[in-house]
Design a protein around this ligand. Structure first.
Ligand code: NAD
Length: 419
């Protein structure tokens, strides 16, 4: 079927799905039902600028499927956001939730905006207006938002407050990734990065790499990248390269990640941290290291650079960092242990699920309970993916996707087609 969705990121999600659908021998008349999103919402969000003018920003929310429960997924504020990108991210969320055994379909939303160009007051105005526009389409049992690139705990607090004001009561379970003082869970902010670090440790065990002295390069130093860096450093890994959209640093002797994190907390970006370790951002991910963690955006590992990677573990903190063309090259090389995005960064949605459950019950857990349950869930998925890759003779990415797609498919076929 000709789809309303387009663009390189959507095409990537479609290509991945087609490959898996062939592998699982899914009939052609069943494929559109699995791939195409249930609904997409587009809204215009006007705000007052600090200079007295008015600006309008385009916002989206895509809900992929409602078969297993409410849709669940992040909200991205970035200049790249369009409906095709959001749809692809929603589709990946579906396979990710299904692989982790969570009772959710995938959702994703976003606003086409550079959040770094807004003042805090403008950012609050835009966040509140976006949530207000979404009220008819979301709910704790319909669609539950979370943070993604360009949004954070504060934005989730504004979303929750706006929704609650309209309901006339506090509805903390409308979003996850909230600050703890607004009904969030301990361990959610760190969940994605810690999950990346846990799975990297498991991959190192598999490859008999000693974490002490192993080296890592992290692209993106936001929520996911900075926590992954800090957590890997705690395991003894030497972080030799980091980057964000403003600067890249490399030092084979190791960088001080605690100082880098402090710098970003104070200045929002890496720029200005050091003159000495400055590096070419394009070349950073091509440097020799044991662990490469793309933790920024999609499509950074491509047909042009995949053959030049010099890592042993590729841990995809970001969603969709590797194009299907690059995947083929990596598969042929057969010397890189890939932790595919829907496995590697699932810690975020797993702890979001814990936050949602705690919010619905108004019964809160301590941090140890959260992190123990997170590791148990990730371990289960890790084992499933390795076993499936082995039994089907396919890549770890395809194994993860196969489990995700198959789970959604089974549920759809058992429920039947309404009416
Ligand atoms: P964030 O906004 O906190 O951080 C994004 C980082 O990427 C920033 O440091 C930014 O400067 C950097 N960046 C942007 N463009 C870049 C470029 N061209 N080169 C290098 N760095 C660049 O976002 P986040 O929440 O950390 O999300 C990062 C990725 O992880 C996204 O792909 C997101 O979808 C994915 N993800 C996030 C979560 C979560 O819980 N936040 C969960 C799963 C997956």
């Amino acid at each position: 079927m000709n789809s309303f969705y387009s663009g390189p990121v959507f095409e990537m999600a479609r290509r991945q799905f087609d490959g898996i659908a062939d592998h699982l021998e899914i009939a052609f008349d069943e494929r559109d039902r699995l791939l195409l999103p249930k609904r997409a919402i587009a809204v215009s969000c006007p705000i007052h600028r600090d200079d007295g003018s008015t600006a309008v920003f385009q916002g989206y929310r895509v809900q992929h499927h409602l078969t297993l429960g409410p849709t669940k997924g992040g909200t991205r504020f970035a200049p790249s956001v369009d409906v095709g990108e959001v749809a692809a991210l929603a589709i990946w969320m579906s396979w990710k939730c299904a692989l982790a055994g969570l009772p959710y379909g995938g959702g994703k939303g976003g606003i086409t905006v550079d959040p770094y160009a807004l003042s805090p007051r403008e950012l609050e105005g835009l966040s509140r207006r976006y949530m207000q526009e979404m009220i008819p389409f979301v709910g704790p049992h319909t669609d539950v938002m979370a943070p993604d690139m360009g949004t954070n705990e504060q934005v989730m607090a504004w979303f929750m407050d706006t929704y609650s004001m309209y309901q006339g009561q506090t509805v903390s379970e409308i979003v996850t990734g909230k600050p703890v003082e607004c009904g969030g869970t301990l361990g959610r902010r760190e969940a994605t990065g810690r999950g990346v670090s846990y799975l990297v440790a498991r991959a190192m065990e598999n490859l008999s790499i000693n974490p002490t002295g192993a080296t890592a390069i992290i692209q993106g130093f936001g929520n996911v990248g900075s926590v992954a860096a800090l957590s890997l450093a705690k395991r003894g890994v030497k972080i030799i390269g980091v980057s964000d959209h403003t600067a890249a640093y490399f030092d084979h002797r190791g960088l001080d990640v605690v100082k880098l994190d402090d710098h970003v907390r104070r200045n929002r970006v890496l720029k200005g941290y050091s003159e000495e370790a400055l590096f070419d951002p394009q070349d950073l991910i091509l440097q020799q290291c044991d662990i490469l963690v793309p933790a920024a955006m999609e499509r950074v590992i491509t047909a042009e650079n995949a053959a030049k990677l010099q890592c042993r573990i590729l841990a995809e903190g970001a969603n969709g960092p590797t194009t299907p063309e690059a995947d083929e090259i990596i598969e042929q090389r057969n010397d890189i242990f890939v932790l595919p995005d829907i496995l590697c960064n699932a810690g975020g949605v797993i702890v979001s699920y814990f936050e949602w459950v705690q919010g619905l019950q108004q019964y809160f857990w301590d941090e140890k309970e959260v992190s123990d349950k997170l590791e148990t869930a990730l371990e289960r998925s890790f084992q499933k993916v390795l076993r499936r890759a082995e039994s089907d003779g396919i890549s770890q990415r395809n194994a993860a996707l196969a489990i995700g797609v198959e789970t959604v498919r089974k549920s759809k076929s058992t429920r039947g087609l309404f009416p």
